[in-house]
Ligand binder design. Structure first.
Ligand code: RTP
Ligand code: MG
Length: 157
């Protein structure tokens, strides 16, 4: 018998503005039922300055200004999620970037269910542990303070 061990990780999740906000309670329940601990959460508008920094890897893309405008258009629920393999597992729960593709390949995913198009795609998840640390620092100010809560964790050590 072979066991695979994954390190416990944090990842930064966003419930993006508008339609996804109506399904917050359901999404939070689903997050917990999949074994994520919610280490921190805050509901806030992102300033344009923070949004531009958050998405800086896309600053030369044609959709950048629309992306910043959308993410700033209403309050965002910002979550620090923690579990084994959290970065990849949360991205699996989200599904592919484009909700239309998500509906084909991953109909149970959050983007398939709650996204409407590639811009309005309901949720965000960090792409790596390094990105997660950067995004948590940007949105919560202090990385270690943001990730030390143990709410919902039974196997913390
Ligand atoms: P996210 O960063 O929001 O979790 O999404 P992602 O990793 O799946 O996608 P990424 O390539 O990082 O793109 C960031 C956001 O930009 C918008 N986008 N629009 N019009 C387009 O072709 C296009 N491509 C990406 C999406 O809203 C995506 O979430
Ligand atoms: Mg991304």
């Amino acid at each position: 018998e072979i066991h695979f061990f994954f390190p416990r990780q944090n990842t930064l999740a966003l419930i993006k503005p508008n339609s996804a906000q109506e399904h917050k309670a359901e999404i939070l329940e689903e997050i917990k039922s999949k074994g994520f601990a919610i280490k921190n959460q805050q509901e806030k508008y992102l300033s344009e300055e923070v949004a531009e920094e958050f998405y800086k890897e896309h600053k030369d893309k044609p959709f950048f200004s629309q992306l910043v405008q959308f993410i700033c258009s209403g309050p965002c629920l910002q979550l620090v999620l923690s579990k084994e393999n959290a970065v990849e597992d949360w991205r699996m729960m989200m599904g592919p970037t484009d909700p239309n593709r998500a509906k084909e390949v991953s109909p149970d995913s959050l983007r398939a269910r709650f996204g409407s198009d590639i811009l309005h795609n309901a949720v965000h998840g960090s792409s790596s542990v390094e990105q997660s640390d950067r995004e948590i620092r940007l949105l919560f100010g202090d990385l270690s303070a943001a990730v030390t809560s143990t709410e919902g964790e039974e196997d913390g050590f």
